[in-house]
Design a protein around this ligand. Structure first.
Ligand SMILES: [Zn+2]
Length: 129
């Protein structure tokens, strides 16, 4: 195995106080990359991050929009999962849509949650009182 003959160096991002934050890292990345962001997308994400809701909900929405969940489909692409089939129903590919919306267990969980969300117009799950 070949090693790189180069010593480590301390590198600080251009932050006025010298401290690294996720924000300073993001700003550095946006400034030093060729990523071109759609202004509508920037506005939408800023709106999302400014919502007065728990941070984990914001992260959940961000991950859903970016298809960043470790679904079987995504794990199959990286060869972590052997199958792309949903382990709960064994009927469909486990995509983000299937995981949150289409799987019968997801529908049931949404329905029995405190939010009582019905995915279907006529849910096939019993209503509890
Ligand atoms: Zn399923």
């Amino acid at each position: 195995m070949r090693t790189i003959e180069k010593s480590d160096q301390l590198y600080r991002l251009p932050n006025p106080n010298g401290l690294y934050t996720a924000k300073s890292g993001y700003q550095w990345l946006m400034y030093n990359s060729n990523i071109i962001l759609d202004s509508r997308a920037v506005k939408m994400w800023r709106s999302l991050w400014s919502l007065c809701i728990p941070t984990h909900w914001k992260l959940l929405m961000w991950m859903a929009f970016h298809d960043a969940f470790p679904t079987r489909i995504n794990r199959r692409v990286t060869r972590i999962a052997r199958s792309h089939t949903c382990p709960r129903c064994n009927k469909s590919k486990e995509t983000i849509q299937h995981f949150f919306r289409d799987c019968w267990l997801s529908k049931l969980l949404w329905w029995i949650s405190p939010l009582a969300i019905s995915i279907d117009a006529n849910p096939q799950v019993p209503r509890t009182q």
